[in-house]
Design a binder for this molecule. Sequence first.
Ligand SMILES: NC(=O)c1ccc[n+]([C@@H]2O[C@H](COP(=O)([O-])OP(=O)(O)OC[C@H]3O[C@@H](n4cnc5c(N)ncnc54)[C@H](O)[C@@H]3O)[C@@H](O)[C@H]2O)c1
Length: 341
Amino acid sequence: MLKFGIIGAGRLGNVHAENIARLKAVAGIDAQVAAVYDPKESAANAMHEKYGAVICSGAEELAGIPDLDAVVIASPTYCHQEGIRAAVAAGRHIFCEKPLCRDLENSLAMLKLVGKSEKLFAVGFVRRAMAKTRKLKEMLDSGVLGKIRFCNVDLSFGMYRREYGDWFADFDKSGGVIVDMLAHHVDLANWFFGEPERVYADGMLLDPSQKKPSDMVGSIITYRNGVICNMLCTWQRFGRSNELMEIYGEKGYLNMTGAETLLYQPMDGEQQEIPVGAAQNAAAGVEEVKVASGYTQEMIDFARNMLGEKVEAPGIQEAFNSIKIALAMIESVKTKQVYNF
Ligand SMILES: NC(=O)c1ccc[n+]([C@@H]2O[C@H](COP(=O)([O-])OP(=O)(O)OC[C@H]3O[C@@H](n4cnc5c(N)ncnc54)[C@H](O)[C@@H]3O)[C@@H](O)[C@H]2O)c1
C-alpha cells in the first residue's frame, strides 16, 4: 500500500487525491490518501471526509508521519519550497506541482537540495503525460520532420475570471501567465528542442493598474540547435481562447491543439489527422479501453517509479529548466533586453 500525503488541498490537490484513490482501478496499484495539510480548515476537512486522510497542522508534521511514502505538493506556487524542504528532510518521495518555485533563489536552492536526495522527485508537467504529446515526441524523434526550423505556440485564454485578492492574480505570488501557464509549453519546447540559447519577451506582467486582472506575454526563445520558438500566452476576460503548438521542419509539419488528434503534413503530401488516445481507439474500432488523462497518467507513472519501475518522467532538472526560462522572460520584459543563457 502506497501512502500519500497532500500539501495543499485546493483544485490540484483534489485532482491528485482523486487519481491516487483511483490507482488500484486504473493501474492495479494499492494506494491511499493518508494525510493532508492545508491551512484552510474547510479544505483539509473535505479531504479528510472524502478519503479518511489524517489532518496535519503543518508540512513537517505531514512529511514526518512514519510510514508515509510520498508527499504531493499542490500548495500555491510561492509556498512550494516549504513542502519540498519538509519532504526531503523526512526522506519522502515528492510529486510537486509546476512551477518549481516562484523565484530563482528558491528554485536554485531546491535544485541543489533535491539533487542530494535519493528519493524520487516528479514535477507536474501534465502535458508530458498526455497521449498526444507522447505521440508528438515519438514522431519528432523518428525524424519525420527532418531538421526542425521553428515552433509556434498560441495559448490564449479569453475567460479569465480571477479577481484581485486571489493569489493567482498577484504577480509576486503566481508569476502571472508566464510562470503559471506558459511554463508548461516552455517545458515541452525544452523536451523537444533541448538547451535554450537566448530569450526575448514583452508582456503585461499582470499590470496591477488594470481595473480587473488580465495578462499577456509574447516571447521568442532561440534554442542552441537553431530552433526558433515563438510563444503567445494570454489571460483575458473576453476575446478568444486557443491552444496550439505547431512545429515546422524541413520535411514536414506537425500541429497539436486541445483536441485528441495531431495534424501532420509531409512536405509533398496532404495534411493528415493522426488520432491519439481515445480517438485512436475509436478509429481502430476498439470499444472499451481505459484512456488515462494526463493527470491520471502522471500519477500512475509516479507510483510505478515508486515501486521500482523506470518510467520516464520529468524531474527536478526539467522543473528547474522551465522556471529558469520563465524567469528570464520576466527579466527580459523588465529590462527590454535579450536574455542570454
Ligand atoms: N499542472 C497543472 O495543470 C496545474 C493547473 C493548475 C494549477 N497548478 C499548480 O498547482 C498549484 C496549486 O494550484 P491550485 O489551482 O490547486 O490552487 P488553489 O488555490 O486551488 O489551491 C491551493 C491550496 O493550497 C492551500 N495553501 C495555501 N497556503 C498553503 C501552504 N503554505 N501550505 C499548504 N497549503 C497551502 C490553500 O488553502 C488552497 O486550498 C500551483 O502551483 C499551480 O501553479 C498546476
